[in-house]
Design a protein around this ligand. Structure first.
Ligand code: ADP
Ligand code: XUL
Length: 548
């Protein structure tokens, strides 16, 4: 399958990685010669600006309920065609593309009707993709991970399988509002007709892979772990959870196949419309599992922090150590191992809310961090602008302790310090001693934010080699899957060599500032507890901290 050079050696092979995230679609192309890889193409299409006709705000359709969040599967299809057209017209010799894989925001679901299989296998290359997708949707919109409206469904599913602990032990997570299972249950109950018309429930990842193969792509175990429906031990749908979620669901779910599976080849539609070759499509995965590869974490021991729309902290695990506190998740990793992850919804969205409140550019934001001291003189902000996942907060509210809303610079420092301390506090369940962090995501471009990260964790922070590690991870997974299909699998250490961050991006912790955060951290925890209505007012402790 992979193209051969005139000398018969496999040289200059291209692999495409796509990342359909909350706010944009990115493509990264790597060129591989032997075991050397380099990035030769990197482009992004932000949804709001590129496709204004869908009316999204940060990738989310206009909300009718504050706790619901939907996006548009037709917009994602539109974006898929637009980004592949960019690749096709980039000047790269696209005939050398051997495989394509992808990454997508986790948990979101797409509902296809009974015409989908037939229509996808016969897409008309004379017509844009999006116009041919609208008729195969059983549901026009797709609930996404920012939706927090399914608390009742979470409780019902957990009860039906024997409780939260059982669900967490079997699937890697207790029931979470944004997870696909509870979202499907809500749809089945609120729109029985739409649910009955649904033949396939895809994740965003398997939906987009299906558009590429012109048929039905499987779901990989990494993304399936975000559904509250997969048995972590055998990496297959767990019948008890599927039965507890919605009737007839077992028949509507695609199969789960290993992350390196070949889902098919680029369909005749893409060949005729864009002149692309029949490259292998390697199963897509979720953005966090792809980022694990894209930051080079194919071994246990280090963690990554992604500062994207959400903030996530994650690391590879050889064994699935499920979080007894119910905060974090264990997902299957694209390597066949596991990964621990904790997700915070008030990531970039919260930083932007503070930025916007003071009319700051990111340069102003960085300067505010620069001119304020570590510990912020005992001024704390709990940044729950949106419903929060960790800790669970259904009714968003921002809390300020000893912090005036008028002090712009102190509010900037307060939001960043709170986010980093919260990640440190809520990741202890992973039992990884964190001395090295690989930072990625849009906000990892901001050195001052990474400095706070290094000082809070007392860890060395490396910035990832590309701004979008999920797309790079997808490209590396395409390469890996292609070598598996060729019968000559390369070890992950070789595949991820390009992703290992270089030392020039290193930010070392400052011992004095780290000591400050060690002192502040328990008081920050007390602020969180107070904000949750579970503890006394922490102001006296903050005053003592400020006077010390
Ligand atoms: P996602 O993949 O979740 O869509 P990204 O990882 O692309 O998101 O991150 C996008 C976000 O990065 C933007 O919404 C913005 O808030 C943030 N960002 C970009 N540049 C900076 C910067 N210099 N400082 C802080 N945040 C930034
Ligand atoms: C992870 C999560 C988010 C989404 C979007 O559980 O909900 O990180 O994957 O990035």
């Amino acid at each position: 399958m992979s193209p051969a050079s005139p000398s018969g050696l496999r040289r200059g092979t291209l692999y495409v990685g796509l990342d359909s995230s909350t706010q944009s679609l990115t493509a990264i192309v790597i060129e591989v010669n032997g075991t050397d890889a380099r990035v030769v193409f990197d482009a992004s299409l932000p949804f709001d600006e590129t496709f204004p006709q869908y009316g999204t705000d940060h990738g989310v359709l206009p909300r009718t309920q504050p706790d619901e969040a939907f996006s548009s599967p037709v917009m994602w299809a539109d974006a898929l065609e637009a980004i592949l057209e960019k690749v096709a017209t980039s000047g790269l010799d696209v005939s050398r593309i051997a495989a394509v894989s992808g990454s997508a925001q986790q948990h979101g679901s797409v509902y296809l009707n009974g015409d989908a299989g037939r229509m996808l296998s016969r897409l008309d290359p004379a017509q844009p993709l999006a116009s041919q997708i609208a008729p195969i949707l059983a549901r026009r919109i797709a609930p996404i991970w920012l939706d927090s409206s399914t608390s009742a469904e979470c409780a019902e599913i957990a009860d039906a399988v024997g409780g939260s602990d059982v669900l967490a032990r079997r699937t890697g997570s207790r029931a979470f509002e944004r997870f696909t299972g509870p979202q499907i249950r809500k749809f089945a109950a609120s729109d029985p007709g739409g649910y009955a018309a649904t033949e396939r429930v895809h994740l965003v990842s398997s939906y987009l892979a299906s558009l590429l193969v012109g048929g039905e792509a499987p779901i990989d175990p990494g993304d399936a772990s975000g559904a509250n429906l997969m048995d972590l031990a055998d990496k297959q749908w767990w019948p008890a959870a599927v039965g507890a979620t919605a009737s007839g669901l077992a028949e509507k779910l695609p199969t789960i196949a290993p992350s390196w599976s070949v889902a098919g080849t680029l369909s005749p539609y893409w060949q005729a419309r864009l002149g692309l070759p029949p490259a292998r499509i390697i199963a897509w995965s979720g953005d966090n599992p792809c980022s694990l590869i894209g930051v080079g974490l194919a071994r246990e021991g280090r963690v990554a922090i992604s500062l994207g729309t959400s903030d996530t902290i994650f690391g590879l695990m050889k064994e699935p150590r499920v979080d007894p506190s119910g905060t974090g998740h264990v997902f299957a990793a694209p390597t066949g191992d596991y990964m621990g992850l904790t997700c915070f919804s008030n990531g970039s969205l919260a930083r932007e809310r503070v930025q916007d409140a003071y009319g700051f550019t990111w340069t102003d934001f960085s300067r505010a961090l620069d001119i304020t001291p570590a510990g912020n003189q005992g001024r704390v902000l709990i940044p729950w602008f949106e419903p929060e996942i960790t800790p669970a907060v259904a009714n968003p509210r921002v809390h300020r302790y000893r912090l005036s809303e008028d002090d712009a610079a102190a509010n900037v420092r307060a939001v960043v310090e709170a986010q980093q301390m919260s990640m440190a506090v809520h990741s202890t369940w992973m039992s990884v001693s964190i001395d090295t962090i690989h930072a990625t995501g849009g906000a990892a471009a901001n050195k001052e934010i990474l400095r706070v990260m290094a000082d809070v964790f007392g860890a060395e922070v490396y910035r990832s080699t590309v701004s979008n590690s999920a797309a790079l991870g997808a490209a590396l997974r395409a390469w890996h899957g292609d070598t598996v299909a060729e019968g000559t699998p390369l070890p992950w250490d070789t595949i991820t060599a390009i992703a290992r961050p270089n030392t020039s991006s290193l930010i070392s912790p400052n011992p004095v500032r780290h000591a400050t955060y060690r002192e502040l951290m328990p008081i920050y925890e007390a602020c969180e507890a107070h904000a949750l209505g579970q503890g006394p007012d922490p102001t006296p402790a903050l005053e003592r901290f400020a006077r010390r």
